[in-house]
Design a protein around this ligand. Structure first.
Ligand code: SAM
Ligand code: SF4
Ligand code: SF4
Length: 386
């Protein structure tokens, strides 16, 4: 059989026009749920970006000056359909994926997203278990959609919220969206049973670090797990500077001075957040007070456990959040000559690509040139999915 070529051309982001042969279908990899990469990391977690559009313009993600009315968003026919996404997801699940996170852009902007969730909810892991299906949202449409999402089979949501002060929040989302509406969305998600809810706060030093304590006080004891994310150098448009990163250790210290914290064990391997529980009077974790998480992608790399793959809005597989090139799975879905088994090719392709993975950008960050992630212009987070 002739060697099949999966091209790595990323027309939208430019620089990689060289096709690269990554696998030969004669060397089939049959899925057995035990795939691992060159560093021995399994493939357990798939993040799917369902749209590259968003109704917010957070400056750290989709700055208004770049993402304006002239920005070349993907046309609808470039997006994977729900059937295509489900087909790809099924192939990933056979290789060991247990958790799927829908993201974007703003995933709730994708029309009829509930139908996709229904299809994904029918898949089963290699052990015959239902998948853990979750979604990250800015919360703006959650009040309206929470019940339908739950009914479709979504288990949990993560809501992004960068502060409680209305003026600060409106400035950070840069579309004048009020905090109250996001809080109502969180309440609606809780009422619909989409818990345990996580709230993500990106901390940008000089912009919202004074919101850390009010956010911690607000969510302590509510069952919501608040997670502080170090501002990251994702994409190529947010003008990232190291002096705007507030190390997670400072966040933990700040909160711990007022509300004592004890470190908790990770719940699963490959967990991105370090967990800290609020202590009771006896100095032990008081589950009633809950916990926080810190995600220290800048100051404390966690690539060693990274078991996450990312599927972009148009069906490219990315092996790292900081990658500059993706593997075009859509061309396999849409372009396979008749007579060939597309699902088998897809499965083998995923197997070969993951086996060749050696990405560990965060661990290498300090030694790389400032604008490089794995060798070129990095893709935007709104496209690859957070
Ligand atoms: N629109 C949805 C939202 O905001 O939750 C989902 C997509 S968003 C890209 C996913 C997550 O990435 C959000 O929690 C967001 O705060 C985070 N994020 C985006 N840009 C970031 C950056 N430069 N550093 C750290 N986190 C970032
Ligand atoms: Fe939109 Fe989410 Fe990016 Fe903010 S972080 S601009 S809400 S995709
Ligand atoms: Fe995973 Fe890449 Fe982040 Fe490292 S830098 S943890 S490999 S996504």
């Amino acid at each position: 059989m002739a060697e099949r070529v999966i091209p790595l051309v990323d027309e939208r982001h430019g620089t990689f026009a060289t096709p690269l042969a990554v696998f030969n279908p004669a060397l089939q990899i049959r899925p057995n749920g035990l795939l691992s990469d060159t560093l021995g990391r399994p493939l357990n977690d798939l993040r799917i970006s369902v749209t590259d559009r968003c109704n917010f313009r957070c400056s750290y993600c989709m700055p208004k000056e770049i993402f304006d009315k002239d920005y070349p968003y993907l046309p609808h026919n470039a997006l994977l359909s729900f059937e295509e996404i489900t087909r790809v997801a099924k192939a990933f699940v056979a290789h060991g994926v247990r958790k799927i996170r829908l993201t974007g852009g703003e995933p709730l902007l994708r029309k009829n997203i509930e139908l996709l969730i229904e299809q994904l909810a029918m898949l089963r892991t290699v052990d015959g278990e239902p998948l853990d299906i979750t979604l990250t949202t800015n919360g703006s449409l959650l009040k309206r959609k929470a019940k339908a999402l739950k009914a479709a089979g979504l288990q949990r949501v993560t809501v992004s919220l960068d502060g409680l002060d209305d003026a600060v929040f409106r400035r950070m989302n840069d579309v004048d969206f009020p905090v109250a509406d996001v809080l109502e969305g969180i309440a609606a998600a809780r009422d619909a049973g989409l818990g345990p809810i996580k709230v993500n706060m990106v901390v940008k030093n000089g912009t919202n670090e004074h919101e850390i304590l009010p956010m911690a006080r607000h969510f302590r004891g509510t069952g919501v797990v608040l997670r502080f994310i170090e501002y990251m150098d994702v994409g190529a448009t947010n003008g990232w500077r190291m002096d705007e990163v507030l190390p997670s250790a400072d966040v933990v210290r700040l909160i711990g001075q007022e509300m004592p914290l004890v470190q908790l064990d990770p719940t699963v391997a490959g967990e991105t957040a370090e967990r800290w529980g609020y202590a009771g009077a006896n100095g032990q974790h008081d589950p009633g007070k809950g916990e926080i998480g810190v995600i220290s992608s800048v100051t404390q790399a966690f690539c060693g456990d990274c078991n996450r793959a990312r599927l972009s809005t148009e069906g490219k597989l990315y092996l790292c959040l900081f990658a500059s090139q993706g593997y075009d799975l859509r061309s396999l879905l849409r372009g396979v000559p008749s007579g060939q088994d597309t699902d088998q090719l897809l499965s083998s392709a995923i197997g070969h690509i993951w086996r060749g993975r050696g990405d560990r950008y965060s661990e290498l960050r300090a030694s790389l040139p400032a604008d490089v992630g794995g060798g070129g212009r990095r893709v935007e987070m709104s496209y690859i999915g957070g």
